[in-house]
Design a protein around this ligand. Structure first.
Ligand code: URP
Ligand code: ZN
Ligand code: ZN
Ligand code: ZN
Length: 467
């Protein structure tokens, strides 16, 4: 039985335009838009009418960087696919692209199967996978081609974490060469992990064990150097490159210089780098552990360069790198040794709101908000226009967003399975009111009405941002 839903009276915002329009949804898809009050819209009948008067109607967020249940540092990220995707829905995100992991000595297939098993039947919203390559060799390179056929079209490599996820320059070059042939997109964690490990050892030997030293050893220069090196390797291979979680002004400069040469080099940053800083890492009493992630938070001065990069399109995407670890029992593993603090921050629920706050603060426009949070991640990772915009034929992943409501972010009220908020006490203007995932109301005026298993695996085409 097909249900017709009408979202009436809102300001529809996409990356391209803003219009006062009614949106008609049928069988999980947007079937038509018409100017609010027009005779076409007035003639529409529906089983369900959602009143969006005074609200925005925006595409559901596309968070292209999450780590549900990621094994890290002897523990696992505390959100699984059920809790993490429910929290995403609460925050107006209707698609995530999570990172399946190849572990050393195992195949990509094994890693991907394991991630399918974690996610299958659990998700409240749709999901896709990237693949983390931890063991680049002849057979894993061949497997990349097979994964692309199954809709896993992007591959993360690490210049950091020797002994865990790390690839050397030869492995990186070979994976890039392969991606230049098969259309895959290489995503790079750009930090010089070999040098960082030396600095970690030296810091610990000096008795510098507090969380703030995590930020000191993971130097800006070592992010900039790795970013530069990744760009040169991609040039040699003739491959496009997407640098994840860019945090430093000097790394943005490397991306900007490459783009000025016309190279297909792209960058992502995350809300934590835009709103938090080394001041948080230096919070007393081990509180700084809550803010340990890699790349690390930077001195506040870097934020202006990130905002500028987002305005000038030297940075194209804001994802969360959602990788939560509870303070109690998980972050605490690194008391007395910052290098044992599991790396990662919670945030999948907060991204759309924090970026709306950036609109309110004048950093970006409303359409740029939708571009960096919905449309471009969808295009970059082969989900567009099914995801990331509102037009006839697209999935009806819609958010009715109240731009005037205020809320205070807090662990008391968030839905992520983690015992703290990185933004505890921060008041933001704007709040998700109602969320549709493929036409199904999953958040109804701030009540969760979705279910585990509604979300489906969504295969992706290759990067559409280059065409
Ligand atoms: O600290 C972080 N970012 N943890 C998640 C893994 C990664 O490097 O993205
Ligand atoms: Zn195996
Ligand atoms: Zn990373
Ligand atoms: Zn990550």
């Amino acid at each position: 039985m097909s249900t017709r839903t009408l979202v009436r009276g809102g300001l529809v915002i996409t990356a391209a335009e803003e219009t006062h329009a009614d949106v008609l949804v049928e069988e999980g898809r947007v079937v038509a838009l018409a100017a609010h009050g027009s005779s076409a819209a007035e003639a529409w009948t529906a089983d369900r009418v959602l009143d969006a008067t005074g609200k925005y109607v925006i595409p559901g967020g596309v968070d292209a960087h999450t780590h549900m249940e990621l094994p890290f540092g002897g523990t696992f990220a505390s959100d699984d696919f059920e809790t993490g995707t429910r929290a995403a829905a609460w925050g107006g995100t209707t698609t995530i692209v999570d990172f399946a992991v190849q572990t050393v000595g195992h195949t990509l297939r094994e890693g991907l199967d394991a991630w399918h098993a974690k996610a299958d039947g659990k998700c409240a919203i749709d999901y896709g996978f990237h693949m983390i390559l931890s063991d680049v060799d002849d057979s894993s390179l061949k497997e990349m081609d097979l994964l692309i056929e199954e809709g896993v079209t992007s591959f993360k490599l690490f210049m950091a974490y020797p002994g865990v996820f790390y690839s050397d320059d030869g492995q990186i070059l070979r994976a890039m060469q392969r991606s230049s042939l098969n259309g895959g997109l290489i995503m790079m964690h750009a930090e010089n992990g070999i040098a960082i490990d030396v600095l970690v050892e030296q810091a610990l030997a000096r008795g510098e064990t507090d969380p703030r030293y995590h930020g000191e050893v993971r130097k800006v220069l070592l992010e900039a150097e790795a970013t530069h090196r990744a760009i040169q390797l991609a040039r040699v291979a003739g491959a496009p490159l997407y640098v994840v979680h860019v945090s430093a002004e000097e790394a943005v400069a490397e991306l900007a210089a490459a783009r000025d040469k016309g190279l297909p080099v792209f960058g992502e940053t995350c809300p934590q780098y835009l709103f938090l800083s080394t001041d948080n890492l230096a919070e007393p009493g081990f509180e700084g552990a809550k803010y340990v992630c890699s790349t690390p938070l930077r001195p506040r001065e870097h934020q202006a360069a990130l905002w500028r990069g987002l305005r000038t399109n030297d940075l194209q995407v804001v994802s969360t790198d959602h990788c939560p670890f509870c303070f109690r029992g998980q972050k605490e593993l690194g008391r007395g040794d910052f290098s044992k603090i599991p790396n990662g921050l919670p945030g999948v629920e907060n991204r759309m709101d924090l970026l709306h706050q950036a609109v309110v603060d004048g950093h970006i426009s409303r359409r740029r908000w939708i571009e960096i949070a919905c449309a471009t991640p969808a295009r970059m990772f082969g989900l567009y226009p099914k995801k990331g915009t509102i037009a006839p034929g697209t999935d009806a992943d819609l958010v009715i967003y109240d731009p005037k409501a205020t809320q205070t972010l807090s662990a008391e009220t968030h839905h992520m399975n983690v015992d703290y908020s990185a933004y505890e006490g921060k008041t933001v203007t704007g709040r998700v009111e109602t969320v549709l995932s493929r036409g199904e109301v999953v958040i109804d005026r701030r009540t969760f009405t979705g279910r585990a298993g509604h979300g489906v695996y969504t295969p992706r085409s290759t990067c559409q941002y280059l065409n």
